[in-house]
Each structure stands twice: as C-alpha cells, then as structure tokens.
Ligand binder design. Structure first.
Ligand SMILES: [Zn+2]
Length: 491
C-alpha cells in the first residue's frame, strides 16, 4: 500500500516549506493574521490583542517538526553557487537565529524589545560584527551599528548604512527584519569575495524595537535616534506588565541619560538601504525575486466613538432605539466599499462595546479604523467617505459619532536617485510602494537619502509564522543589496 500522507508531506516540504508546516497549526490562521500592511510608523496597538504570557522568553522550543519554518537550504542546482562563502554564511546566520524567541507551538517568534530573546539577538549581532572585524557601537538608544575598523575610513562623513531590525511582532515570522540584517552581513561577505573596494564606510545597522510590540510605539529606536520620539516620552512608555521603558532599560544595566537624538551619527550618514521581505504579493504577481520600493503609503489610525442609549433588547421597539452599533456597522461596510473603490486599505480590527450584554442595546461603541492609501488626498477622502456614510446612519437613529485621529503618518517617498539607480542596477527590477512602515521611512523623513529593496514573499503573508521567502530569492536579495552597496560606497 502506498502511503499518501507521507508523500503529501514530502512534496509540501519541498515546494512550500513554511506553508506545509502552517498546516499543522491550522490554515485558518493565515486568514486571521494576513497582511500586507499590519504595521505602521505611528502609535500601534497590534500587540494589545495578542498578549504574550511573558516578555522574557528566550527560546520557547525548537521542535524538529518546525525545522523548516525559517531554515535556509538553498538548492545548489538552481543557482550553481553553493560553495560560495557568502551563501554558506547566510545559511549559518539564518540557522543561528532560527531558535531565538520562537514559540514551539506556533512556529512564530516573540522577540520583544529588551526581552531575553532580544538580548540574545543583540549578542548575535555583536558576534557577527566581531567575526568580520567590524567595530560595534550602540547609539545609546539600543540601535546597534557595526563600523569598519579602519578609523580613517570610518571617520569619513559619508557612511552608507545598511540593515533592518531583529525584533518581531507577537507570533511574527522569521523574515520581517532579520532578513535585512542577515542580508547586510552577507552582502559585505559577497563584496569581499568580489574584491570590491569600498571607498565609503559601509555600516551594518540593527535598529531597536522596530515593531513596537512591547511598548506600543513602532520604530522607537530609529525615532529616538532621529529625534522624532522624545526621550522622556519613550522612557515613560509602559508594557502590559506596567513596566516603563526606563525601568526595563535600568534593569538591563543601560544608561538612561544616553537615550537621546544622535544627529552627530546621522550627520555622518550619506545613505541608508533596508532590505525587507515584501509584505504583500506584488513581486509574486510580477514574477520578480527582488524589487525596489518607491514609497510608503500615508496611513492613519482613527478612533470612532459612536454613542447611543442602552436599553432592553426585548422590550424596546426597533423604531424607538438609539443603537450606536448600526452606525458602526455602516462604517465597517463603508470602509470596505470605499477602500476597494480607491485601491486603498481600511480595517476595523478593534472594537469595544458598552455595556457589552447580549440582551442589551449598546450605549456606546468605540472602534479603531486603520486606513492607508496611495497618497494623502486619497487617505483624507477615504476617511471622509467612511465618516459620511456612518453619519447618515447615526442621523437616522439619533446617535452620536466623534472621529479622533490618533496617529497619522505622512507619505514617505524614497530617494528618487537611489531608487532609480537601484532599479537600473538590478536590471530593471520592479518599483513598487508599500503600505507598511519601516525604519527606512523614519530615516527618510529625517532627510537621509534612503532606499528599500523587497524580496518576494510567495503568499504575501506577513506578521505571521507563515511569512516566507524562498532561499534562492533571499540569495538574489543579497546579490542585489551587494550591487547597490557597491554603487553607493564607490567614491
Ligand atoms: Zn520589518
């Protein structure tokens, strides 16, 4: 008798390792957690709905069944360069990171700022810097920077920064962040293999607390560095255990006075390049392994407070009700309708209802709208259209509606010269925007010429254990990054 189950598993692991494993955890989770743009530059609350049991999980398990979640096993026959040092280094680095902060039951990662897992990741970064003879510095905000040891080279005022972040969202994927850091080190290895002379210092960066999963502010490290997040505000941020960042940093033996903007460092940076796994299906649809970012969409978080009158669900006639849930429902449907029409994104992912009884008409509904659009005018028009439709319903019902913008981030247009040069260097790679926020957006808004490379994500799923990139695409990303760095670091 053949064994159909065993055969199926073998085929799935070969072709789609991450998804094959996701099946064990329930495929429906892909739908729950999808998404292209689940992260942003503003104040976020993504962690609030998925509280981890603790922040200090260094390793939650390393089950053999999850082996392929993030592991790299490049196929020599497909690119014929299996013996090359940068490829071996890439695989080694990836395998070393794989168990850190991983939840054995889901295969997802819990790598929160200043947790035990985060400290292990920082140690790992320091080790990679040391192994390449780079000089590790910390900007005081927790951002790790690995400089060339050659003091004359490092002292030039035109450093090229390359990197990303190592922290994760709750139950996040292996690629978001770490792919950019591992690729940066591997790109340096490849440039060394090629014997490329770098006239400018290339500095590998590991930005601190990009996801904001613990304290609620995304890109806290880069925002502190650029000064767009005030030290006092940052130090006062609290995690769900009630600990402030100040308390957490003190417990880790860090100097609170060192948390401050670092224009002195940024003034020495002439460009920043961040490679990132794509958080959508753009490249997959275009059949391209690597793409270049054009822009980050503007996005906003809006709190909608619908107010009405609590009453008995059984005795109150329908025409006598002041039910705020109805205007909320109109808003949800309007968000879907208008975002589809505008090619934008609108999501209600969080809602609070009072008094919250099955047999009670609500007195109030508080909901949060996450809206993103290709440009700021479209974003404003989208939110207005949603609000207008909701107000129509609230007028009919005699209910109230207040809309409060909680955070609105402007569009980020990446440096056009860098973008065009990268696209040309990469043989006309696709240029595409993203709805997700990144440290690259923060540095770009600060005035640092910035570019991003995206690596194809076959399913587009991100911020989920099912996030994936194929090993060959990852190595194509390393080669692309090396090409861009060679261009930027040439005198
Ligand atoms: Zn990221």
């Amino acid at each position: 008798m053949p064994e159909p189950v065993a055969i199926l598993v073998a085929v799935e692991q070969e072709e789609r390792p991450a998804l094959a494993e996701s099946c064990a955890g329930g495929v429906d989770r892909v739908l729950e957690q999808s998404v292209h743009d689940a992260r942003m530059n503003g104040v976020i609350a993504v962690g609030a709905n998925h509280p981890p049991s603790t922040y200090d999980i260094a390793e939650l398990g390393h089950g053999a069944s999850l082996r392929h979640h993030g592991s790299m096993d490049p196929q020599p026959e497909t690119h014929g360069q299996s013996g090359r040092a940068h490829e071996r280094e890439f695989v080694r680095m990836w395998d070393e990171l794989e168990p850190i902060g991983r939840d054995r039951s889901t295969g997802g990662y819990h790598r929160y700022a200043w947790s035990d897992a985060d400290l292990l990741l920082r140690e790992w970064f320091a080790g990679e810097a040391a192994a390449r003879g780079l000089e590790l510095t910390d900007d005081g905000n927790g951002n790790q920077l690995a400089w060339p040891a050659d003091a004359e080279l490092a002292g030039r005022g035109d450093a090229v920064l390359v990197g990303s972040h190592l922290d994760s969202v709750p139950d996040g994927g292996a690629y978001d962040g770490p792919l950019g850091v591992v690729s940066a080190f591997a790109a340096l290895d490849l440039l060394a293999e090629r014997g490329v002379r770098l006239d400018r210092p290339v500095v590998v960066a590991g930005f601190s607390d990009e996801e904001g999963s613990r304290f609620g502010i995304a890109c806290a490290g880069s925002r502190l560095m650029t000064g767009s997040l005030a030290p006092d505000a940052a130090l006062g941020m609290r995690d769900r255990d009630g600990l402030s960042l100040a308390e957490v940093l003190s417990a880790r033996g860090r100097d609170l006075a060192a948390v401050r903007p670092r224009p002195d460092i940024l003034d020495r940076v002439s460009a920043f390049v961040e490679l990132h796994v794509e958080q959508g299906r753009g490249l997959a649809d275009m059949d391209a392994a690597v793409g270049v970012a054009s822009a980050i969409w503007p996005h906003g978080r809006f709190r909608l407070d619908f107010t009405g009158e609590a009453n008995h669900a059984g005795t109150t006639l329908m025409q006598d009700r002041r039910d705020p849930m109805l205007a909320f429902a109109a808003a949800v449907l309007a968000a879907d309708e208008h975002a589809r029409e505008a090619g934008a994104r609108a999501t209600f992912g969080r809602v609070e209802v009072l008094p919250g009884g099955t047999n009670a008409i609500p007195s109030s509904v508080r909901a949060w709208l996450d809206a993103r659009a290709p440009d700021e005018a479209s974003l404003v028009a989208l939110v207005e259209a949603i609000t207008l439709q909701a107000r129509g319903m609230s007028r009919r019902d005699g209910t109230g509606l207040d809309v409060t913008p909680e955070s609105v981030s402007a569009a980020v247009s990446f440096d056009t010269a860098l973008r065009d040069a990268a696209a040309a260097l990469l043989g006309g790679a696709p240029v595409l925007p993203t709805g997700a926020g990144h440290d690259a957006g923060v540095l770009s808004q600060h005035g640092v010429p910035t570019g991003m490379l995206f690596v194809r994500n076959p399913t587009g799923v991100s911020h989920s254990p099912y996030e994936h990139a194929d090993p060959d695409d990852c190595l194509a990303g390393v080669r692309a990054l090396a090409d861009v760095l060679a261009h930027l670091a040439a005198a």
